[in-house]
Write a protein that binds this ligand. Structure first.
Ligand SMILES: Cc1cc2nc3c(=O)[nH]c(=O)nc-3n(C[C@H](O)[C@H](O)[C@H](O)COP(=O)(O)OP(=O)(O)OC[C@H]3O[C@@H](n4cnc5c(N)ncnc54)[C@H](O)[C@@H]3O)c2cc1C
Length: 503
């Protein structure tokens, strides 16, 4: 049997793939549509793209790759919202466009398990979190752990972690899953959970697509609140800002959501992530910034939310007051909104990934890091006050907020710093193609600063170029990660775009 390559050789090989031959597309446009991603930084052209109409189609493809003397890579693509080609399948591989299963697979089914008392949603790995929300709300239910942006696929975020301001309370999305159906790198379709095939279950969650393609996830649901009190508070002092954030993630009767961000001349208060402030509020913030004399032109902003419904509508204002009373923000710089739950969860509007119209030039050289709490003062001095303040190109949102490690499950593949509390940094730069290199240098400067200062950061949505960097990333868990790969994907077929086992 030959190997899967473009052109006529492929025609010979796929004669054995009669079930899916008409769903494998080789034409330039189809292949181009999966060669790029949200980052718009890496162009990696696969041999073909599979538009599956069933799970069996994906199994056929993976089994076929296994039969080849030199197997080809197979990469599931949720929405292609990676920024460094993580869902790509260069070098003769095939991208599985999971979106083709929408409307054909199980969709999102809401149920109740009388033995555990859990409500849950069974969602296809290809489903968008926005669709999970809509389906659950029809039953007055909702997942508890989210990403800031809901037009991401279930399989894509569960392969990373799925984090947002709810993670401190409920853990990341990966810790709110009861069961998975997974197609392994050998082409076996397995159900796994805490109790069945648990090695596979824990490996796949946060496993960067290395062990299997998630085709169904059973997601925990709770009774949905209906509205959200959405508060932002501004700080000029970093220590006070982080002390208050840590207070919020530890207090009883505290918020349901806590995040934070930086406001700088290059990273204004309103941005694509949310336009929270009215124009009069913006003027108030701008005039404060002009009067401010702390020299580095930075403001820090806490964002917290408390949900409520009809039953708690009478007491929610008192509850918010009690929370705010404990905090030391700049007097007068508190801003509040009262919005329906869906408006809050859906606050980040759908991002255009169409590269054909005016989008060609926009790139997203993002950097996401977890920073151990014990070093955040050094991190602020070295990264925010020095490196970021020195660079003067307009960039994008800069997120910085804490999480509790105890809400993560160390049996899962996702890696976080070894401290009870760690912060998430999200440097969500948007840039022109010409400036992308500049932001890469900025990102590298930050990583090098942390290395030199002994700040043991971990990358989230990681991107490394060498095996050594991956080994360092996983630390003592590298061996298990590698052994599990050998068990479930021994021919190194899955998600080659992560460049862990396929250099
Ligand atoms: C605007 C925007 C906002 C974001 N906000 C957040 C946020 O708030 N919190 C957060 O945690 N992340 C956030 N992300 C990052 C997001 O979680 C990642 O991009 C993630 O990869 C999900 O995107 P996707 O569904 O498009 O997956 P893709 O980029 O298509 O895939 C990512 C990886 O997962 C693998 N994969 C995809 N589907 C499956 C599957 N079914 N089974 C197994 N492996 C699979 C791919 O092969 C690839 O390796 C954001 C991204 C964008 C663009």
């Amino acid at each position: 049997m030959g190997k899967l390559i473009v052109g006529t050789a492929m025609v010979n090989d796929i004669s054995q793939l009669h079930n899916i031959s008409d769903k494998l597309l080789f034409d330039e446009d189809s292949v181009a549509s999966v060669s790029n991603d949200f980052g718009n930084l890496v162009l990696e052209v696969p041999s073909a793209v599979l538009h599956p109409s069933s799970i069996a189609d994906i199994i056929d493809l993976i089994k076929f790759s296994n039969k080849c003397s030199t197997p080809f890579g197979v990469s599931a693509r949720g929405c292609g919202h990676s920024v460094r080609g993580q869902a790509a399948a260069r070098g003769g591989g095939v991208v599985v466009d999971m979106s083709s299963l929408r409307g054909k697979g199980i969709g999102v089914r809401v149920s109740w398990d009388p033995s555990s008392g859990h409500y849950y949603a069974d969602a296809g790995g290809e489903q968008l979190w926005m669709d999970v929300l809509r389906a659950a709300l029809e039953h007055g239910l909702a997942p508890v752990s989210w990403t800031d942006y809901l037009y991401l696929s279930v399989g894509g975020t569960l392969s990373n972690g799925g984090i947002s301001g709810q993670s401190f309370l409920h853990g990341p999305q990966i810790t709110n899953v009861l069961e998975l159906d997974v197609i392994t790198g050998k082409g076996d379709l397995l159900t796994c959970s805490h109790h069945i095939n648990s090695d596979l279950f824990f490996a796949v969650l946060g496993g960067l697509g290395q062990f299997g393609i998630i085709t169904r996830a059973r997601i925990i649901l709770h009774k949905a609140p209906t509205r959200a009190k959405w508060v932002r508070l501004l700080y000029s002092d970093f220590s006070t800002f982080t002390r208050d954030q840590e207070h919020l993630i530890s207090c009883k009767k505290g918020p349901d959501y806590v995040e934070g961000s930086l406001i700088t001349p290059q990273s204004p208060p309103n941005n694509w992530r949310s336009s929270f402030y009215s124009s009069s509020q913006l003027s108030k913030i701008t005039s404060f910034l002009k009067r401010k004399k702390n020299g580095h032109g930075l403001l820090y902003s806490i964002e917290f939310v408390k949900y409520y419904d009809k039953q708690t509508a009478d007491t929610i204002d008192e509850e918010i007051e009690a929370v705010v009373e404990e905090l030391n923000f700049i007097p007068g710089l508190l801003f509040m909104k009262d919005v329906p739950l869906v408006d809050f969860l859906g606050r980040v509007k759908r991002q255009d990934t169409d590269r054909s119209e005016g989008q060609l030039e926009e790139t997203h050289p993002w950097l996401n890091l977890f920073v151990p709490k014990s070093r955040i003062l050094d991190f602020n001095a070295g990264v925010f006050v020095d490196i970021i303040a020195r660079h003067n190109l307009s960039s994008g949102p800069i997120l910085f907020y804490p999480s509790n490690k105890k809400k993560w499950d160390c049996r899962m593949s996702a890696v976080v710093p070894d401290e009870d509390v760690f912060y998430t940094l999200g440097l969500l730069h948007s840039s022109t193609r010409n400036d992308a290199e500049y932001f890469d240098e900025l990102n590298n400067e930050i990583i090098e600063f942390c290395e030199k200062s002994g700040i043991e950061i971990k990358q989230y949505l990681p991107h490394y170029k060498s095996r050594e960097d991956w080994m360092k990333h996983f630390g003592p868990r590298w061996e298990t990660f590698q052994e599990t790969k050998n068990r479930f994907d021994p021919r190194m077929i899955l998600s080659p775009g992560q460049r862990i086992f396929n250099d």
